[in-house]
Design a protein around this ligand. Sequence first.
Ligand SMILES: NC(=O)c1cc2c(=O)c3cc(F)ccc3oc2nc1N
Length: 330
Amino acid sequence: MSTTVPPEIEEHTRTLRALLHRWGYAYYVLDAPEVSDAIYDQHYRELVDLESRYPELVSPDSPTRRVGERPASAFVSVTHRVPMFSLENAFSQAELEKWGERLLRAIGPGLEFICELKIDGSATALSYEDGVLVRGATRGDGVEGEEITQNLRTIRAIPLKLLGGEVPAVLEVRGEAFIPRDEFERINQERQAAGEKLFANPRNACAGTLRQLDSRVVASRRLGFFAYTAHYGRAESQWEALAELESHGFRVNPHRSLCRDLAEVRTFCEHWENHRHELPYDTDGVVVKVNAFDHQREVGFTSKFPRWAIAFKYPAEEKSTVVEAIAVQV
Ligand SMILES: NC(=O)c1cc2c(=O)c3cc(F)ccc3oc2nc1N
């Protein structure tokens, strides 16, 4: 293609894109802004202007490509490259211990657990090819989901292009999209003012937002994302896989712990049962996993669940805010 773009413009555009990628990563993934919003916006507008003057400069991973122009007409069904299973639930420490003892008998003394907060949002699948986000989907029935790439691209914590040295040819990432509680309140106030039905809780608000056909609506809401699974990565354990995801530019929940035994698992569960309301997002439990991938492969899956993971659910609270009651009635 004959590039009519002067070399210094091409160079400047590349620099702008790299700066905006880095500033966006610092702000949305590390929660550590490097520049003011005004500086970010000024450089963003400059890039939009250059890309509109020289369309051949635009690339799919440009920060300006996060929001789609026109709404989708409907969602397409896609088959997950790797099926997305559900988690078995444990509603008490006794049930959790039974699950752990069974695994201890199967695997033996080398068994190690990893505990992660169970984020109460929408499970999503992200497909990267040669380091570029090519598709995003809802969990659906675990085998097929709805293709919502354009909506997921608006979530700033989701990298459009993987960071890091050598990226695998294919990387399948699973994670939880979510809406922080304060953003949930803001959205419901907006809906109340517009006479629209309120969302009952942040999880419903997130699922409803990701089903929006117009990605500009999704972009207008502050959704977050925590990655928790990487398929086809190099890691040998879940602990390493989470570090690998962070090295590729994903936001991974920091409240995680490697546990040598079920006593440490219990301590983690009890801690977060008492402290979870200090977090800015909803978590409805702890996901406890066998850490080593060769141990996971050893125990495998039932028809519905992985045998190597379980969701310890916090006891339901009797908190039913007025809003929730109204939303449920309506
Ligand atoms: N909501 C969550 O924060 C969360 C959810 C899952 C899963 O649903 C999940 C499902 C599987 F079949 C296997 C591992 C999983 O790991 C998970 N890890 C998490 N942290």
